[in-house]
Design a binder for this molecule. Structure first.
Ligand SMILES: [Fe+2]
Length: 219
């Protein structure tokens, strides 16, 4: 499959997810940026970085298996709702298959399924612990929790500083310590995308104005 077709398949799947649960596409794209930067800091190979990118983009695709009322209701979930939500990890394989996604995307299954496992073995769905969790899932897990907390996917958004303190506290419990350290090195380098734009738009830089003025269609 060509690279173009590969990307088109991923973005078409994300479109479906966004339609079902608005906001998921932005979450997936931000998690992908954080996770790839973290993995790059951890010296993942180029092939593995591409795997992290794709798995991060599709980490919540299994939410297509969950009723949109449950996904879009904000606030605390009851026990039954929580159990249903957990299904989204395992659901990746059959959702990806039913969307006709290619085999190289189906091969992301073991990473996607493990994105809610915890370093101490108390996560789900398989209670994997430590190095039994695929390395790509360990970096996606940190990125996903950070983005969910700071943008307020379920609860009111948390200030960035508080969120970072919570991530630090979860190091060695929910998260691999090395993944947390790498995340802390790259996170300040990434422009916060969740914050609303404040004030009037910035003026166009001089070089951009010159380029714009030089275009024949600018008059
Ligand atoms: Fe998830």
């Amino acid at each position: 499959m060509s690279q173009w077709a590969h990307k088109a398949a991923i973005f078409a799947a994300l479109d479906r997810l966004e339609e079902h649960c608005p906001g998921q596409r932005g979450h997936a794209e931000r998690v992908s940026v954080y996770a790839v930067a973290t993995a790059e800091r951890l010296a993942f190979s180029l092939d593995d970085l591409a795997t992290v990118r794709d798995a991060a983009l599709l980490h919540d695709l299994g939410k297509l298996a969950i009723e949109s009322e449950l996904l879009n209701g904000r606030g605390t979930l009851d026990r039954e709702g929580l159990l249903m939500m957990k299904v989204h990890c395992d659901a990746f394989a059959w959702i990806a298959d039913s969307l006709g996604l290619p085999s190289e995307i189906l091969a992301l299954g073991p990473i996607v399924v493990a994105h809610h496992e915890r370093w101490d073995g108390t996560g789900y769905p398989m209670q994997l612990a430590g190095e039994a969790i695929p390395p790509a899932a360990r970096v996606i897990s940190v990125a996903e929790v950070f983005d969910a907390m700071v943008t307020g996917s379920w609860k009111p958004p948390m200030p960035e500083e508080e969120t970072l303190a919570a991530i630090r506290e979860l190091s060695g419990h929910a998260f691999e310590p090395a993944a947390v350290e790498a995340f802390f090195r790259v996170q300040p380098l990434i422009q916060p995308v969740a914050e609303p734009l404040a004030g009037p738009p910035r003026s166009m830089p001089r070089a951009a104005r010159r380029w714009r003025a030089s275009r024949p269609d600018s008059r």
